[in-house]
Ligand binder design. Structure first.
Ligand code: GTR
Length: 332
């Protein structure tokens, strides 16, 4: 990460690292599970995937579009979800391409008409397939969900929060994608924006098949440091979104300095695999400086080119510019 790649806002140059817990801990996944995201239950799996439709030569001929219905199973039952895959038209069993597994805030069909947020054609040009899933089909974003999500497939619903369920679902999407002809299981990427960036990081920390994790503007409980004040804090996030984490995490509201962890350790836990963090200058609620400082603090855990970062002007969104800058890091 050179200074020119960073292109930091001038006002950030004097930002200083707060005092942080040590970068390396014996079992970071255990620490983050026990403190915040909860424990991912054993015994769940992708139990089926059916191809619903396939259109070849879409997006001006650069991609094929595949729709699948996936099924996940746990001890208490099964749940269906839909995926939309764009596969570069040249991809085949002989010439497979890596896949980017992406959590979407909207229904998957709506992503097709949002090229500024889902620049599929340009991602195909870069040689990647993209598999999108509507995050609320995996687990509703609601403290009292009307419909069951993946957490209802397991005995103890409170042992993990919704962020954990979305992360688990992203791994099951990777299971589904790697069963598709033309997908190379190596080089898989997890991507998410904001709350879904938190989920992408937690998926990347737990699932070693993700060669790269991209967390866009993931903020509090994502890439941003708890110990750098600014933007959302634990009181705000656990009041508005109590279902995202395990109930005991709320005890740290107003007591950030007593947390046994901080988010530079989550980034470092992904090493030696790679991670990319992106911020937006006006995205104050996500504390972009706190995201940048987490990258600075995590850097010693990575080899050269193992961690990347950008900050762009503007507000909270995952835009074409973010995809393309992250992809140029992914491609090295
Ligand atoms: C906000 C929340 C953030 C962030 C964001 C989003 O309301 O406070 O933590 O996740 O939502 O997902 O857009």
């Amino acid at each position: 990460m050179t200074e020119t790649q960073l292109a930091l806002p001038d006002a950030w140059r004097s930002a200083e690292l707060p005092e942080l817990p040590p970068l390396q801990v014996p079992d970071p996944v255990e620490l983050f599970a026990n403190t915040m995201y909860g424990r991912t239950p054993e015994g769940g799996r992708l139990s089926g995937a059916e191809l619903l439709s396939r259109e070849d030569g879409v997006l001006g001929g650069v991609a094929n579009r595949l729709r699948h219905r996936g099924r996940v199973a746990g001890p208490l039952g099964e749940l269906e979800f839909d995926t939309l895959m764009h596969l570069p038209s040249g991809a085949s069993a002989e010439h497979p391409v890596p896949v980017i597994a992406a959590l979407s805030f909207t229904g998957i069909e709506e992503t097709i008409d949002q090229p500024e947020r889902w620049p599929y054609a340009k991602v195909m040009d870069a040689g990647y397939a993209v598999l999108a899933v509507d995050y609320q089909q995996l687990e509703p974003d609601d403290p009292e969900p009307a419909e069951p999500g993946v957490r209802a497939l397991f005995d103890d619903r409170e042992q993990w929060g919704a962020v954990g369920a979305w992360a688990w679902g992203l791994s099951r999407c990777l299971d589904l994608a790697t069963g598709v002809d033309g997908i190379d299981p190596a080089g898989a990427v997890a991507i998410g924006h904001s709350r879904l960036g938190k989920a992408a990081l937690w998926a990347g920390a737990q699932d070693e098949r993700f060669a790269v994790t991209i967390a866009n503007e993931s903020g509090c409980c994502g890439a941003s440091l708890f110990r750098h004040p600014g933007g959302e804090d634990i009181a705000a996030i656990t009041t508005r979104f109590p279902h995202w984490f395990i109930p005991s995490f709320a005890a740290y509201a107003g007591a950030e300095s007593t947390l046994p962890l901080d988010q530079h350790q989550l980034l470092a836990s992904i090493a030696p695999r790679r991670v990319y963090v992106a911020s937006a200058e006006d995205d104050a609620w996500a504390d972009p400086i706190g995201e940048y400082l987490a990258v600075v603090a995590a850097r010693p855990a990575f080899a050269d080119g193992g961690i990347g970062y950008h900050v762009r002007s503007g507000g909270h969104d995952l835009l074409e510019e973010d995809w393309l800058r992250a992809l140029s890091f992914v491609r090295g």
